[in-house]
Design a protein around this ligand. Structure first.
Ligand SMILES: Nc1ncnc2c1ncn2[C@@H]1O[C@H](COP(=O)(O)OP(=O)(O)OP(=O)(O)O)[C@@H](O)[C@H]1O
Ligand SMILES: [Mg+2]
Ligand SMILES: [Zn+2]
Length: 316
């Protein structure tokens, strides 16, 4: 058993999920999915989708984008790292089933354990962020491709609902790209408190981000703001800022949409390098301190209270 620094309350002796347990989980997921394919009841959000409860999590923040590949997973992992650095208990739920990348970025590949209550324990990263992703649970990489529609719904619900997240100040949810069913399912299933929009400067010229923002607006959660990723290039020789797309496109765009601008992250070759190495937690970008402050100030739900009662330790 792996000891988790700072979580003194957890004393259950856990064992790694066996192949049999994983198989059971898969069968259970599929059974649930076929049940949900039956459009029986529609409580408040849609067929087969009940919004799950809040658990012991203060703030659930989803990270969305219009297009894929603009840096959602990067932003999610950086914001998680920054909040963790500030002393919060943070979780990351990788809700991108078709392209899960959170585990890799954080360099975790350990098998989640099941505790005595039968709940799945998330994996802790090097600095103590709790991570849960489909590719930690199932080792067959073809699985997420096979699962469509209702099964996606079912898996998302399980990754959130059947995981023992414990007391968290923040749970960040890395969404699949776009405005298709997959992000919508997450919006509808998980009780979100806020949404962060990520875009690249090129994307801002199109309607894609606007579409994503409009989707977010329809949901019952405030938009925290827009982060512009890959916004400028820092000269590798002297560090001078090179504005590839003109200055502050993001700020103007956010203003036109009536949402706060949270800042821009430069294009930096260290980012893909550290992501590949699984050590994104060592990367520092001032933007995320700003975003973390923004979150704390507007906090949606009080976080300080929890800080006091919670032993927070660094590293493992
Ligand atoms: N500011 C940046 N500078 C350089 N590379 C970046 C930057 N942000 C992200 N990247 C790299 O770009 C790629 C895409 O980023 P990321 O995976 O975070 O995007 P995504 O929106 O989550 O993509 P998907 O839609 O596929 O989930 C990754 O290789 C990442 O390391
Ligand atoms: Mg991603
Ligand atoms: Zn230069």
């Amino acid at each position: 058993m792996r000891k988790i620094a700072g979580v003194s309350a957890v004393t259950v002796d856990t064992t790694a999920m066996s192949r049999k347990e994983l198989e059971d989980l898969r069968v259970q997921l599929q059974a649930r999915a076929s049940k949900q394919a039956n459009p029986q009841h529609s409580p408040n959000v849609g067929p087969g989708i009940d919004r799950l409860g809040k658990k012991r999590i203060r703030n659930i923040i989803a990270i969305i984008s219009g297009k894929g590949g603009v840096g959602k997973s990067f932003v999610t992992s950086m914001l998680a790292s920054e909040l963790r650095r500030q002393g919060y208990e943070v979780g990351v739920l990788d809700a991108d089933l078709t392209g899960p990348s959170i585990a890799k970025i954080f360099g975790v590949n350990e098998r989640p354990h099941k505790n005595e209550a039968g709940a799945i324990e998330p994996i802790r990263t090097k600095t103590g962020v709790k991570v849960m992703s489909i590719n930690l649970v199932l080792d067959d990489p073809t699985m997420p491709v096979i699962w469509r529609g209702p099964i996606v719904n079912s898996v998302i619900r399980q990754l959130y609902g059947d995981v023992e997240w414990g007391d968290l100040h923040y749970l960040l949810v890395d969404l699949p790209p776009g405005t298709s069913d997959a992000p919508l399912t997450v919006f509808q299933s998980i009780p979100l408190d806020g949404i962060i929009v990520v875009s690249s400067p090129q994307e801002l010229a199109s309607m894609i981000v606007t579409k994503a923002v409009n989707m977010a607006r329809k949901m019952d959660a405030p938009i925290v703001g827009l982060i512009e990723n890959m916004t400028y290039l820092a000269c590798p020789d002297c560090g001078t800022r090179i504005d590839l797309f003109g200055e502050s496109v993001g700020a103007r765009f956010a203003e036109s949409l009536g949402i706060p601008f949270l800042g821009g992250v430069p294009l930096d070759p260290n980012i893909p390098r550290l992501s590949d190495q699984g050590s994104i937690e060592t990367y520092i970008s001032p933007v995320f301190a700003n975003v973390a402050n923004e979150l704390r100030q507007n906090s949606i739900r009080q976080v300080e209270q929890l800080t006091q009662g919670l032993p927070i330790a660094w590293g493992t």
